[in-house]
Design a protein around this ligand. Structure first.
Ligand code: IPE
Ligand code: MG
Length: 227
């Protein structure tokens, strides 16, 4: 979800107003995704590197996170949207952790769609946490299998219960992954659009999915093998 700041600047608004508009887009994108048959939507809301932004912006983002979770809880329950997170949420302010636990509990049996928010998420941090966990298990003699395979690592990633993304969309014209789902996205189709996140709605998602439908996903095979 990139481009909130530039959207705000263009409109003569504050960066945080851009973030607010960006947060409001989420419910529209979710319902558009539902119409397209997309069951899992993962949004990069706050990276492990975003802590280095000005303190006032970080605090405003945390307050906005809490407020957005509270504002959406009833709607998610009504629409059957299960709320999940990836990333190390233990570093978030206590009021955010509280709102997160609350909405997770309230939506845990929801079956229509899953919204995953990446919060204090970064692939390098995620893999470091997994390696430390494996090292600890090994030191305690609890690691029964050697050598480990990728599946053993995947089972310890934050996304263990979430399928790999078919499509990764980045808005605002930047063409990089910025530490996002680096392992899970190994075979994801990538889609970059100049549209800023606060302007990304149903039409834009339809365009992205239409483009995705034209891609041939080969997973290392030849085109002929797929036929
Ligand atoms: C994305 O918008 C929101 C977050 C990462 C929190 P940005 O804040 O990165 O917007 P730009 O890149 O400054 O336009
Ligand atoms: Mg940005």
């Amino acid at each position: 979800m990139d481009g909130n700041g530039r959207w705000a600047k263009k409109k003569g608004k504050t960066r945080i107003e851009g973030h607010k508009k960006g947060a409001e887009q989420i419910r529209h994108v979710l319902s558009a995704a539902k119409k397209l048959g997309v069951e899992y939507v993962t949004l990069y809301a706050f990276s492990s590197e975003n802590w280095n932004r000005p303190k006032s912006e970080v605090t405003a983002l945390m307050r906005l996170l809490e407020a957005s979770i509270k504002a959406n809880e009833k709607l998610f329950v009504k629409n059957g949207v299960r709320f999940e997170t990836i990333g190390d949420t233990t570093a978030l302010p206590a009021y955010c952790q509280k709102a997160i636990s609350h909405i997770k509990a309230a939506t845990k049996n929801c079956k229509n769609q899953t919204l995953v928010l990446a919060l204090n998420y970064g692939s390098r941090d995620e893999i470091a946490r997994v390696v430390n966990e494996i090292a600890r298990e090994a030191a305690e003699g609890k690691l029964k299998k050697a050598p480990l395979e990728y599946g053993d690592i995947a089972a310890r990633l934050d996304t263990a219960q979430i399928p790999d993304p078919d499509l990764i969309i980045r808005t605002s014209g930047e063409q990089r992954l910025s530490n996002y789902l680096m392992l899970q996205g190994a075979y994801s189709e990538l889609y970059f659009t100049d549209v800023l996140w606060p302007d990304f709605g149903e039409k834009e998602l339809e365009k992205a999915v239409a483009e995705y439908s034209k891609r041939e996903r080969r997973y290392g095979l030849t085109s002929e093998q797929l036929k």
